[in-house]
Design a binder for this molecule. Structure first.
Ligand code: NAI
Ligand code: MG
Length: 484
């Protein structure tokens, strides 16, 4: 692990195709959560930098980027996807160092980023309007048009994947993007900017301004030159962003996390379910919007599921990202304090099992022990609130109706899964569960470039991934011609 992997300038913003000094003249520090050490300084972008970035993006729309055809844009995204793949190991090390995720998971995120670029690069020339039969003497058709300048505020948990699904789709549709990565982890966003430059993306089509949420982030969401905002992060900031967008009356896509359940019925294949039940909770140390933090189990299989999940938890190894164990550190000491606060509130609950922090994990790393609670009441705070740490609760139920009531009994609705051999039950519950994605006899936390993704309730609104993202990052114009 070393800063030798950083080939770009972390103390500059990427605006108008060039690395430029920030107006602030100030830096922030980036910390490696595996050992608490400073990785490097990063630029503290401010309102003036956002202003320049939005201006550069608007100009790109008038210049060559704005005049390119869909296949031309697609070809650039393919080249960028290939450059991402060519740099897999470097990008994976950067992400592992910055986010704290085990190297294997970081490598999977690089592949996912490349897949998004390939998917959107190949899909964009298949996005067509339609003709609409209308009155005699008319021809009516629709055109799909870019929004213009799109703002992207992304979190620290999956920087590369979220850049892929959001910036990738926006660029494919011909928008010019301004990206504000998270202050806790922004190395791969800067690396991506430099790879985009190498791939021949025209100046201003992508601009990256690192900085604090309340400074650069807020400035981006309030800017009247931005025509669409996509945000992934906390519910509280999501509300601020929707309010800011309302001032300019622009659309927002909000992806705000969840409390996603997996429902295990009496006729479930528990052996098949087990790795999904556990991995969906501990992947990326539980810091996944679509983490499955609630496991609902029919009373007839309850003891079996608790003991089998507990056995897996006892084998979990927690340690530095580069040791590539099951679980890395949390993103920061601040996140560790949040998660420990939940564990404190879990005192008095049954702990079915805990994982182990390896002895060579540095004491200044942000480590917590994965914790599995059993016999938890659906109303308990640990069964209601997003924890964003490697913590799962097991909740028993006695029939299907109760299972649905518990599953739908939080303010969130992102992902759900049903483990059952009954096809009729699968179909019934796919309709009844409140979630943007329902998995039947599997669970796809974070997966699926092709699969539309987004939530209901406090999990947000709008859809990313798949073709839906291309519709979301464009608007529809209806043209009605009267020709007699
Ligand atoms: P956050 O929502 O504050 O940060 C996400 C992004 O929003 C970052 O880029 C940040 O700089 C930006 N931001 C913050 N304040 C802003 C503002 N006023 N205007 C514009 N942008 C702003 O999330 P945070 O504080 O890092 O994590 C807190 C909790 O949020 C976590 O414990 C977790 O529950 C949830 N979260 C959910 C995520 C998801 O994938 N759905 C990702 C990250 C956090
Ligand atoms: Mg915050």
């Amino acid at each position: 692990m070393s800063s030798e992997d950083i080939w770009f300038d972390t103390r500059r913003c990427f605006i108008g195709g060039a690395w430029v000094e920030s107006d602030s003249g100030e830096d922030l520090e980036l910390t490696n959560p595996s050992n608490g050490k400073i990785i490097c300084s990063i630029v503290r972008g401010n309102t003036a930098d956002i202003e320049r970035a939005v201006t550069a993006a608007s100009k790109a729309l008038e210049d060559s980027w704005g005049r390119m055809t869909a296949p031309e844009r697609g070809r650039i995204l393919f080249r960028l996807g290939q450059l991402v793949l060519d740099n897999t190991e470097t990008l994976a090390r950067l992400e592992a160092m910055d986010v704290g995720k085990p190297l294997t998971q970081a490598r999977a995120d690089v592949i996912a980023l490349a897949r998004y670029l390939e998917f959107y690069g190949g899909a964009v020339d298949k996005v067509h309007g339609e003709t609409i039969p209308y009155l005699d003497g008319y021809t009516v058709y629709t055109l799909r048009e870019r929004h213009g300048v799109t703002g992207h505020i992304i979190p620290w948990n999956y920087p590369m994947q979220i850049i892929g699904r959001s910036v990738g789709a926006a660029l494919a549709m011909g928008n010019a993007a301004v990206l504000k990565p998270a202050e806790e982890a922004c190395l791969t966003a800067l690396a991506f900017a430099d790879l985009a430059r190498q791939a021949g993306l025209p100046a201003g089509a992508l601009n990256v301004v690192p900085g604090l949420g309340a400074e650069a982030g807020a400035a981006l969401t309030q800017h009247p030159g931005v025509q669409h905002i996509s945000f992934t992060g906390s519910v509280g900031v999501g509300k601020l962003i929707q309010a800011a967008a309302a001032q300019n009356v622009v659309p927002v896509t909000l992806e705000l996390g969840g409390k996603s359940p997996q429902l295990v019925f009496e006729d479930a294949d528990v052996e098949k379910a087990l790795p999904f039940l556990v991995n969906a909770g501990i992947q990326n140390a539980g810091q996944t919007c679509s983490a499955s933090s609630r496991i609902l189990v029919h009373s007839s299989r309850y003891d079996e599921v608790v003991s089998k999940m507990a056995a897996r938890y006892r084998n979990l190894q927690v340690g530095p990202a580069m040791d590539d164990l099951d679980v890395g550190p949390l993103i920061s000491q601040r996140q560790k304090t949040i998660v420990e606060g939940f564990l404190e509130r879990g005192k008095g609950l049954e702990v079915a099992a805990e994982g182990d922090i390896t002895s060579d994990a540095p004491s200044d790393g942000a480590y917590v022990r994965p914790t599995l609670y059993s016999g938890v009441s659906p109303d308990h705070v640990l069964a209601q609130q997003e924890i964003f740490g490697p913590v799962q609760v097991i909740i028993p139920f006695s029939d299907e109706e109760e299972a649905v009531r518990i599953a739908n009994g939080t303010p969130f609705g992102l992902v759900a899964s049903v483990w059952s051999d009954s096809g009729a039950r699968q179909m019934r519950l796919a309709k009844k569960l409140r979630a943007g994605q329902v998995f039947l006899n599997n669970y796809g936390a974070g997966g699926g470039v092709e699969l539309p993704f987004g939530g209901a309730g406090l999990s947000g609104h709008g859809r990313e991934k798949g073709f839906e993202a291309l519709y979301g990052f464009s608007t529809l114009k209806t043209v009605a011609a009267h020709h007699g």
